[in-house]
Design a binder for this molecule. Structure first.
Ligand SMILES: NC(=O)c1ccc[n+]([C@@H]2O[C@H](COP(=O)([O-])OP(=O)(O)OC[C@H]3O[C@@H](n4cnc5c(N)ncnc54)[C@H](OP(=O)(O)O)[C@@H]3O)[C@@H](O)[C@H]2O)c1
Length: 285
């Protein structure tokens, strides 16, 4: 893979950081260098030599997206800005790789297939679904549906590790079921699809392994990190958020079928193996 032909947008986020490590020769920008919601700056950029635009930019605050300002920001970044990227990719014959989410579904079907109809519950999911629609208008596109992303940044595993360090035994929701997606795995999938020149289209892109609840994942984190003495109490999503306002509805079933990805020859890693490696890196920092 000639990484000098790659341009990464949203390069400082969890996925963007992992992509920069994978492709050290790539060109990249985050919002400070290129705000992708600014159509003029996207269109006036010198795209010469670029063949692949990897979109790691997003408005990912699902509860923030339910506020009046957040609703506007989510639609700008997750939908209108994606249309800006689609336009330049079309104009300069570049491939757009865009990252989507299980939140485009209501979580009643399991596992989710790539061609399931959109049924987003909240503003974040609605704006992400609009980004998927925009991306699909381009012939040379990949849409990758990730879930529960864990990398360099604020994420669930880091939050639970920091509670454990303080000796806190948390209450965690046990009725949302899915798999973690480590950015290392997402980057392996991206590299596989690009280097193998897999057919364009939508692919589910998570780690493999038995799906689990957030509460069960927390137990795994605590056991692996040496906090087996702490207990994790189960609750439901409804109970956990009872009385709180401005909370986005969450899909309960987030397991994504990986059959289409595996049919391209990709060998997935189990999320539990990547979790062990991640915790060991965190503890050796
Ligand atoms: N996180 C998850 O659990 C999860 C689950 C499923 C799917 N996904 C999807 O996976 C992808 C990567 O997620 P992530 O966790 O890596 O996200 P992230 O850590 O929140 O990173 C997003 C990056 O995009 C940047 N950005 C925001 N607005 C921008 C703009 N207008 N122009 C350019 N850059 C902008 C952000 O900058 P600032 O920080 O300065 O705003 C941030 O660096 C996203 O498409 C997300 O929807 C995430």
């Amino acid at each position: 893979m000639d990484d000098s032909k790659i341009f990464i947008v949203g390069a400082n986020g969890q996925l963007g950081t992992a992509l920069r490590t994978q492709y050290p020769g790539s060109k990249f920008a985050d919002i400070g260098e290129m705000d992708i919601t600014d159509r003029a700056s996207v269109e006036s950029f010198d795209w010469s030599g670029i063949e692949y635009v990897l979109n790691a930019a997003a408005f990912t605050n699902v509860d923030g997206a339910e506020t009046p300002e957040g609703r506007i920001a989510a639609w700008k970044v997750n939908a209108s800005a994606v249309a800006n990227l689609v336009r330049v990719c079309q104009k300069f014959n570049m491939t757009l790789l865009h990252v989507s989410s299980d939140y485009v579904f209501d979580g009643t079907q399991t596992p989710h297939l790539e061609d399931e109809s959109f049924s987003p519950l909240g503003v974040y999911g609605q704006s992400k679904a609009a980004g998927d629609v925009a991306t699909s208008l381009l012939e040379k596109h990949y849409i990758l549906r990730a879930t529960w992303v864990i990398g360099e940044g604020k994420n669930f595993v880091r939050t639970m590790l920091s509670l454990a360090e303080k000796g806190i035994s948390p209450t965690v929701v046990a009725d949302q079921i899915g798999r973690l997606t480590f950015t290392s795995e997402l980057v392996r999938i991206i590299d596989h699809l690009l280097t193998s020149k897999a057919p364009y289209g939508t692919y589910n892109a998570t780690n493999d392994g038995t799906p689990a609840s957030w509460a069960d994942i927390t137990r795994d984190i605590f056991n692996e990190a040496g906090y087996a003495q702490l207990t994790v109490s189960d609750t439901t999503t409804a109970e956990y958020f009872a009385g709180k306002v401005g909370i986005a509805p969450r899909p309960l079933q987030s397991e994504m079928s990986l059959n289409k990805l595996h049919a391209t020859g990709f060998n997935s890693r189990n999320w539990r193996d990547d979790l062990k490696d991640y915790i060991s890196r965190e503890q050796n920092k």
